[in-house]
Design a binder for this molecule. Structure first.
Ligand code: FEO
Length: 390
């Protein structure tokens, strides 16, 4: 396992998790990486670690540069265990190492590992001189946890922002241009939609702070390192943080006997008549984590459910629960469905959209049993009007 020198004297020593397919509710068909960075200066610094079961892979890479016992500082940018999972093993091998963390991080490390490690507690803006280089820390609470912070090395124009700008992508390449914008953007968007979306306000604050820094490389804790598409990914983060969307629609539905599907397809027709590009996602064949990247870019989100046992289908309910947690804003919603007698399913969908603060300009489309041609024509007309509003 070889380290990769990303700047003179700075090495990627992380691990590639080729087999990861599930990350707390999020499907990761391309696997992921946990990125750790070793800085060799007068002081030896390790920034973050890897998931516990990949410790040996990281250790091999560190040993390719220095003896682990020589590590002086272990920077913990974030305590979630995909990054801190190997902290206890490193601390055993590096007895003189001091953990660099912020007050929230110190508290979280204590709760996770119950150890009394020697810690250097830093606050936002603090600096630690390590020889020719400086480590500067900025706390970034809730991007992704209260303890999250970024490490900036001004002499190298290098930002190590942990989860921010990450992508769940396992590959032999270490840099964005070796993968290409299309794939790296797709994975960064999926990552943002599933993990960072609730924290737009905090992301904007981070972006404001970063705007004052000179940066020519961003080494996140997942996926490839940004050295070519920096401006593009920072602009994308700004758009996503501001909940900016495109003139496009997403239709998400489940169906029992095909009636809600007929309504979904009539809605697609009407939106397309208005010149709106439409993505249609059936909840039985698409995982919710694969659908939310489409929510990220779609101005209109139409959700359909038949009524089962006086409520929504559980698949629709799970999707809306996941979405409520992710808190996408500035969307226009439309609820639809079919029913036999109660009709509560689609009404619950509309209530969920309103609870998220979405604009819901049309009443629920709720059709008993099987829609007829006249009803489908009315559905198309509603969708056409919605399309003209976008
Ligand atoms: Fe990649 Fe929030 O941990």
């Amino acid at each position: 396992m070889k380290p990769v020198e990303i700047k003179p004297g700075i090495y990627w020593v992380g691990a590639v998790d080729w087999d990861l397919r599930y990350f707390h509710g999020y499907l990761t068909p391309r696997g992921t990486t946990y990125n750790a960075y070793l800085i060799v200066d007068e002081k030896i610094v390790l920034v973050d670690t890897v998931k516990h079961y990949l410790f040996d892979e990281m250790l091999d890479r560190i040993k390719g540069v220095v003896e682990p016992s020589r590590i002086d500082y272990l920077v913990v940018n974030h305590v979630e265990m995909d990054h801190s999972g190997s902290v206890p093993r490193i601390m055993e091998l590096a007895p003189r190492a001091k953990i660099v963390t912020n007050p929230q991080g110190k508290k979280a490390l204590g709760r996770h590992y119950k150890k009394d490690w020697d810690c250097l507690v830093v606050n936002s803006g603090d600096e630690v001189k390590i020889g020719a280089r400086t480590l500067k820390f900025f706390t970034t609470p809730m991007v992704h946890w209260p303890d999250s912070m970024v490490t900036y090395i001004p002499e190298e124009r290098l930002l190590l922002p942990n989860d921010a700008f990450g992508q769940h992508l396992a590959c032999d390449a270490r840099f964005d241009d070796q993968v290409g914008w299309e794939v790296v953007h797709e994975e960064a968007a999926k990552y943002y939609a599933n993990i960072v979306l609730p924290y737009g306000e905090q992301v904007n604050k981070v972006l404001d702070a970063l705007a004052a820094l000179e940066i020519d490389m961003i080494g996140p804790s997942h996926g490839v390192i940004w050295r070519t598409y920096l401006a593009q990914i920072v602009q994308a983060y700004r758009r996503w943080a501001n909940h900016e969307t495109e003139r496009r629609a997403l239709i998400v539905y489940d169906t029992m006997w095909g009636s809600t599907k007929k309504i979904a397809l009539a809605l697609q027709d009407g939106l397309e008549d208005a010149g709106v590009p439409v993505t249609v996602k059936f909840l039985q064949t698409n995982h919710i984590s694969e659908i939310v990247p489409h929510v990220l870019v779609s101005r209109a989100v139409l959700v359909g459910s038949p009524t089962l046992n006086n409520g929504m289908l559980p698949t629709v309910s799970a999707f809306l629960t996941y979405l409520r947690g992710l808190r996408p804003q500035k969307r226009i919603g439309l609820a639809f469905g079919s029913y036999g007698w109660g009709g509560q399913g689609a009404r619950e969908v509309k209530a969920a959209m309103e609870a998220m603060g979405w604009e819901v300009p049309f009443d629920v489309i709720n059709i008993q049993y099987i829609p007829d041609e006249a009803e489908l024509a009315a559905v198309r007309e509603t969708a056409r009007k919605l399309g003209e509003m976008l």
